[in-house]
Design a protein around this ligand. Structure first.
Ligand code: ZN
Length: 565
């Protein structure tokens, strides 16, 4: 029987971390049928000479729960070699959800994950109530890549408690209902249970999202349900009031509590690593393992992922001198900034604000415009370096850079050497997985999809911090094992044929741009990637040289409990 597809003469990096080798990959019926020197022809043949053949990448931290219904491709992730995504992180899911309570469900998501309300209103049909019905809806939806989901605590709490979920204490009956709904979700194929007890997560009205009203007892009881049901991870957005505190003892009081829960319930426990007390977090994972539990951290390839632009927001938007200008259409802002008199006034206001202490940045640092890097082809020069070269103030260099593209330029804040070092420490630890991208969320600040391609371009090719084999393992087999996603993450006979064919000398994230393509017209960041010859999902080529082939072979992936009747 001929192969459906043969990938010929490629270098196979199979996801295991073992050394690469030359070989042909034969695919039949959506699975890898044979790897080696293949004489038989395939109905389709792809010449991979000079290219690397890897498993499709798996991103286990996304918020594409709503996006899956309006974006059949799964952008931006699909452009970066990601063939399977896990949704339902940080407690946010669109199910279970009672009719009449949709707004409460969206309240949980809208501000905390910065997904525009108008996009959700226009793009979600709410054809489900229960979590199993939500999974069925995802299953029916045509899609280019594969989706799996955890069930979120905020949705669970809101479905059971209604308005009381926000601020109320769960009664015994509430907890009983949450527990049975959670078990039902796991049995239908959820890959775990997620929550957020992060201070950063609030509703549009500024009140804590539903899961933040949980007691530790409620949370422990629900994680125990996962343990008793027999499958699934516990993912959380951590208690930032303690975890991000400079007080080590306070921070450790949280991590110790979490470790005890992980050990007691035997439920693999995971969260996005915090920058504070990194070594102590990694030591906690080792301690949990010694005690018979399992904890692992989610790490990033990029220290500061937020992008800034005049099209979205800049730190000085609220300065009195700038507020009116920034509310104008972009083309009029260009005109104002090119007017010599106005420009001098506006720059003076900016310089005065900098002299008076500047702007609050992320992670409690003050923002410095010198560290802004304009994102453009072939240059990684910072605003500080440009200012020095042009002998102007950084503020002036910033405005001039933005004006070069009529204010559409995006800026990233450069990582410090310390931040880079911390990223490496996290990436190198055996109990971490590269998967903290948040694709689908914070759509105006991040693309969320560029960690995998940054790992391969920056950390493997430019910095040589990892071999290609090690890096591919970090984004394929490692997440597949951590979340127990069956049949994926490895190029071996019998495995599902989710495959990337890429040029290791060219693979890289592209320059992000702002587009207004969300349902209802809201804006988001679009970011493609270069270096991919093909992305194959279930044996079908979905992207060829970065372009969609028209195929939508993506599947809903269900956890193993769903496979047993
Ligand atoms: Zn998240």
């Amino acid at each position: 029987m001929p192969f459906d597809l043969v990938i010929r003469n490629g270098t196979v990096v199979d996801g295991s971390g073992l050394a690469a080798y030359r070989g042909d990959v034969g695919i039949r019926g959506g699975r890898i049928a044979r790897i080696g020197r293949l004489d038989e022809r395939g109905r389709q043949e792809i010449d991979a000479d000079g290219l690397v053949v890897t498993p499709g990448f798996i991103d286990a931290h996304t918020h594409m729960d709503a996006q899956v219904f309006w974006d059949s491709l799964g952008t931006n992730s699909c452009w970066h070699g990601v063939t399977s995504v896990l949704m339902g992180n940080c407690g946010f899911t669109l199910a279970p959800s009672k009719p009449g309570a949709h707004q409460l469900v969206m309240d949980n998501l809208e501000r905390a994950e910065d997904i525009p309300a108008e996009a959700m209103a226009a793009g979600i049909d709410w054809s489900w109530e229960s979590f199993p019905q939500y999974l069925d809806a995802v299953e029916r939806t045509p899609k280019a890549i594969n989706y799996a989901s955890q069930i979120g605590h905020s949705a669970l709490r809101t479905a059971v408690m209604g308005e009381r979920a926000f601020g109320g204490v769960a009664s015994e009956a509430d907890l009983g209902a949450m527990s049975s709904t959670l078990a039902e979700a796991l049995l239908a194929g959820a890959f775990g249970f997620s929550t957020s007890i992060s201070d950063h997560h609030v509703t549009p009205a500024g009140r804590p999202i539903a899961s933040r009203s949980t007691s530790w007892e409620e949370l422990s009881a629900l994680v125990e349900v996962v343990g008793h049901t027999g499958f699934g991870v516990f993912q959380l957005a951590v208690d930032t009031s303690r975890a991000e505190s400079e007080d080590l003892q306070l921070a450790m009081s949280f991590y110790d509590e979490l470790r005890k829960l992980a050990v007691a319930t035997r439920v693999p426990t995971t969260y996005g690593l915090r920058h504070q007390h990194l070594d102590e977090q990694l030591a906690t994972f080792d301690a949990a393992a010694t005690e018979g539990g399992s904890m692992f951290g989610q790490c990033e390839a990029i220290a500061s992922t937020s992008l800034l632009s005049f099209e979205t927001s800049m730190p000085f938007d609220q300065l009195p001198e700038w507020r009116e200008v920034r509310s104008l259409p972009l083309s009029e802002q260009v005109a104002v900034l090119r007017d010599a008199t106005r420009r001098v006034e506006l720059l003076a206001a900016l310089d005065a604000a900098v002299a008076a202490g500047g702007f609050a940045g992320t992670r409690r640092n003050r923002l410095s415009f010198e560290t802004f890097v304009p994102l453009r082809e072939g240059s990684s020069e910072s605003v500080g370096e440009i200012a020095e070269r042009r002998r102007v103030a950084p503020t002036e260099a910033l405005i001039d850079c933005a004006l070069e593209t009529d204010l559409t330029m995006l800026f990233r804040i450069a990582a410090t050497p310390e931040q880079d070092e911390a990223l490496l420490t996290a990436m190198r630890h055996p109990r971490t997985v590269m998967t903290f991208g948040d694709s689908g969320a914070h759509v105006k600040q991040i693309s969320g999809a560029d960690h995998q391609t940054t790992l391969l371009s920056h950390w493997v090719r430019d910095r040589q911090a990892f071999t290609l084999e090690e890096a591919v393992r970090m984004i394929t087999l490692a997440p597949a094992l951590a979340w127990q996603i069956p049949g994926r993450g490895l190029l071996r006979e019998g495995m599902v044929a989710d495959v990337n064919i890429l040029d290791p000398n060219a693979v890289a994230p592209g320059i992000p741009t702002i587009v207004a393509d969300l349902p209802g017209g809201a804006r988001r960041i679009r970011q493609r990637a270069s270096g991919f010859r093909s992305t194959i999902v279930g044996g079908i080529e979905v992207f060829a040289s970065g372009e969609h082939t028209g195929a939508l072979p993506g599947r809903l992936l269900r956890g193993p409990l769903a496979l047993v009747d």
